[in-house]
Design a protein around this ligand. Structure first.
Ligand SMILES: Nc1nc2c(c(=O)[nH]1)N[C@H]1C(S)=C(S)[C@@H](COP(=O)(O)OP(=O)(O)OC[C@H]3O[C@@H](n4cnc5c(=O)[nH]c(N)nc54)[C@H](O)[C@@H]3O)O[C@H]1N2
Ligand SMILES: Nc1nc2c(c(=O)[nH]1)N[C@H]1C(S)=C(S)[C@@H](COP(=O)(O)OP(=O)(O)OC[C@H]3O[C@@H](n4cnc5c(=O)[nH]c(N)nc54)[C@H](O)[C@@H]3O)O[C@H]1N2
Ligand code: SF4
Ligand SMILES: [Mo]
Length: 700
């Protein structure tokens, strides 16, 4: 008789890195609970952790390669699949050149140590410039601001929420998302703790969110107007001499330029445009500047918008001029056990911008990739270097990037496509071959990226709970099999060995770190609170922070044009997205436990607007933008600003030819059938999802 055993690991679904305790017997999972001894998460989990079990047993998950034929999908052997994919890639590159093969890498890649470690060599073996990832529909402006100001695209400031006295949250809903570029499991309790110790939390969001509900106060803002608010806060701070130079005073370039620039943005000038009154802006500026410690944190709603780059820049500037950057209780930088930022001193890769431009729309490269909103153009526009074949790895761009419908057309036109993915879904159905990897409990965990974003320094490794079946392959094995066929070079190491190698360079050497050492600590090793690290850790040549980089100053001209913007009569509503606790982007809707219950893919609309349009709760409406059209039910509420409506992203599983039985029962519609690829932050190239112009009509 097998006994019940316990396995400790980190949930790999979102950035929160919750420690979990799994009770199991043989191949059976008895229970999944929060690990109370986890150094970071202290026992917290969300409902998605339990779904690790459902994902493991999901019958729709693919286990062996499949190939699309005239008679439908057929199983093929791994050997045949690898050989054919490599041959097709080589053939297309021979016919059209290296850049004819494009790639898109999606979010789960970052949560998978195998693909993180073996993805780089694979991309090199393809050798194409046509590289795209989910970064440019997400956090690109954060990287951009860090590269320009601190000299390294991964040197991202992390809010010190366990010690701050004042937290200003703009365009983030961590109570639901569990935090992003802020690994802070159990966020709700950490937020409540700020208030318990006498501090305050203020939320700025066009929706009265789950985070706003437990904050000290909340203010609605019109979508896309945050840069103006941030400038006005800075204007008040300088006008009232509330600025503090702090410990970095000798390491700041551009202080006076900032002081000069912000003079143009008084609260009086911006109040009506942003939808927040003058007195509220002034009070907020004073509170922030006068708090003993304070931190401004702006996330997705501030980066996926027209002025994403300006927003992330101004957030850093606000933290700097109040003495809160690189400072306890403010925004700090991490020092993880495997320090990818530190290691780039060896590799020389601190990020790059505009080294080349995309072929069709001339958009700037960022750290080797182009904005994914132009992928459609690169596939559909004929000419030299046109993309003729695509590789997608753990991505679902048909649902997650702007104008998914058009992208479907583009994928359809390709000569060849391969997808490395666990499902036959809205994107992978266009592939000629799908290579399905192991996932979740069949994989080891070490978070290369999220330790880098965590509010405390720690390290943790866990082995796979379940051995893969003989016919299965890990992501890294698939990548390695293709890399060796394309480059002719084999990589004899496995992920554990590569990690071991990287751990040698760790700054934590008591005890000396290795995978074996980490295995002795199933709840993780706690390295304590974040500490100030500037100027030493700056990557700028002069070891100074570039507060007023000319690219930002220039971009203000674009922002200034919006000061005179008129209402749009054709499309009177402004559309934003939202997330739900029991979803993760587009790919967890096939799990009944997470999808069941009240319909969630609804159009949130303010009761005043609903009244004017004579809409009843639950009534289906037609929603149209300049690129597309969807029909979905309305959900009337006062938790959203008038003239702003919201549709969650990641739905739209009604598409034909996919194998996701549960997801198709709760199909919903895709917000990205409405979003426009031409709307982007011109500075960084990031997609602009906040404030898509739409009209709403009653169904006849
Ligand atoms: N309108 C709008 N659009 C958005 C957003 C928004 O807020 N609004 N959010 C954006 C953001 S922040 C992001 S990160 C992107 C996400 O965009 P993507 O990364 O493109 O999409 P996901 O929905 O995460 O799809 C993940 C894919 O990986 C597969 N997968 C899951 N686990 C594994 C695994 O272990 N291995 C492999 N190989 N595959 C796996 C899934 O089946 C799925 O096909 O969407 C963006 N799009
Ligand atoms: N449950 C769940 N958790 C997730 C995910 C998920 O899909 N589901 N996705 C994961 C991923 S990939 C990411 S990147 C993170 C994202 O994590 P968050 O950044 O917390 O993302 P959202 O919950 O989308 O919050 C964005 C907020 O911005 C607001 N907003 C929209 N436009 C504007 C604007 O113009 N100005 C302001 N001030 N606010 C605006 C929206 O109303 C919303 O409340 O979440 C991660 N965690
Ligand atoms: S918040 Fe939920 S999904 Fe995210 S790591 Fe924790 S348990 Fe997993
Ligand atoms: Mo994301």
């Amino acid at each position: 008789m097998e006994s019940i055993k316990k396995h400790y690991r980190t949930c790999n679904f979102c950035e929160a890195m919750c420690g979990i305790e799994i009770s199991y017997k043989g191949k059976e999972i008895i229970a999944i609970k929060g690990d109370k001894n986890d150094s970071l998460s202290r026992g917290h989990i969300c409902p998605k952790a339990i779904a690790l079990k459902d994902l493991h047993f999901d019958e729709d998950r693919l286990k062996t390669p499949i190939k699309r034929t005239k008679n439908g999908w057929v199983d093929i052997s791994w050997e045949e699949a690898f050989n054919e994919v490599a041959a097709q890639i080589k053939n297309i590159q021979k016919k059209y050149g290296k850049n004819a093969v494009g790639s898109y890498r999606g979010n789960p890649m970052v949560h998978n140590i195998g693909s993180m470690l073996f993805g780089g060599p694979f991309m090199q073996s393809i050798g194409s410039n046509q590289k795209y990832t989910a970064t440019s529909v997400d956090q690109l402006p954060h990287h951009f601001a860090s590269l320009m100001m601190f000299g390294h695209y991964l040197l991202l400031p992390i809010p010190d929420i366990d010690r701050t006295d004042f937290m200003l949250i703009m365009g983030g809903n961590p109570v639901v998302s569990n935090g992003s570029i802020m690994t802070a499991p159990d966020f709700s309790n950490r937020l409540k703790a700020i208030q318990k110790r006498g501090g305050q939390v203020v939320v700025i969001d066009p929706r009265y969110t789950e985070t706003a509900k437990i904050a000290t106060s909340h203010h609605f803002i019109k979508p896309g107007k945050d840069a103006l608010l941030l400038l006005a806060l800075l204007q008040v701070i300088f006008d009232e001499n509330l600025e503090i130079r702090g410990h970095l005073k000798n390491h700041l370039n551009g202080w006076n330029s900032i002081k000069e620039v912000v003079k143009n943005y008084s609260p009086e000038k911006v109040a009506a445009i942003i939808g927040i009154d003058t007195e509220t802006i002034k009070k907020l500026a004073r509170q922030f500047a006068n708090a003993k410690t304070a931190v401004c944190y702006g996330r997705l709603g501030l980066s996926t918008q027209e002025f994403g780059g300006l927003c992330q820049w101004l957030i850093n500037v606000l933290n700097i001029v109040t003495g809160n950057l690189d400072s306890k209780g403010g925004a700090l930088f991490t020092k993880p056990a495997i320090d990818i930022v530190g290691m780039s001193k060896m590799t020389g890769n601190a990020g790059s911008f505009n080294k080349r431009q995309s072929r069709v729309k001339k958009l700037p490269e960022f750290t080797g990739e182009y904005p994914v909103s132009t992928l459609v153009d690169e596939i559909l526009t004929p000419g030299e270097n046109q993309i003729k074949a695509m590789i997608t790895i753990s991505g679902n761009p048909v649902l997650s990037t702007p104008n998914g419908k058009k992208l479907e057309e583009a994928f359809e036109s390709l000569e060849f496509m391969v997808a490395i993915d666990i499902y036959l879904n809205e994107t992978t159905k266009y592939a000629n071959i799908i290579l399905p990897p192991t996932t979740g409990l069949e994989t080891p965990v070490y978070n290369l990226v999220f330790h880098q974003f965590a509010i405390k320094n720690s390290a943790k490794y866990a082995e796979a709970l379940f051995e893969k079946e003989d016919n299965q392959r890990h992501d890294w094995e698939i990548l390695e099999a293709l890399t060796s066929r394309l480059s002719g070079q084999e990589n004899p190491a496995n992920p554990e060995q590569v990690l071991d190698y990287m751990l040698q360079f760790s700054c934590y050497n008591d005890p000396k770190l290795s995978v074996a050492e980490l295995k002795k600590h199933p709840h993780g090793i706690d390295y304590g609170a974040l500490t100030p690290q500037f100027p030493e850790r700056l990557f700028t040549k002069d070891k100074k922070i570039e507060m007023a980089h000319p690219l930002f100053i220039k971009d203000l001209e674009r922002l200034n044009k919006t000061l005179e913007e008129k209402e749009d009569a054709t499309y009177p509503f402004s559309l934003i997205g939202r997330r739900h606790l029991r979803s993760n982007n587009s790919w967890m809707h096939n799990i009944e436990r997470l999808t069941k219950g009240k319909e969630r893919c609804t159009l949130l609309i303010n009761s005043e607007d609903a009244h004017q349009l004579k809409l009843k709760n639950g009534e289906k409406v037609s929603v149209t933008s300049n690129v597309g059209h969807v029909v979905l039910p309305v959900e009337i509420t006062d938790n959203i600003m008038p003239k702003v409506v919201s549709i969650p992203h990641g739905w739209g599983h009604h598409r034909k030819g996919i194998k996701l039985e549960t997801a198709q029962k709760h199909a919903g519609v895709s917000i990205n059938d409405l979003t426009d690829p031409e709307k982007r932050d011109e500075l960084t190239g990031n997609a602009d999802f906040s404030g898509t112009r739409i009209k709403i009509e009653k169904l006849k």
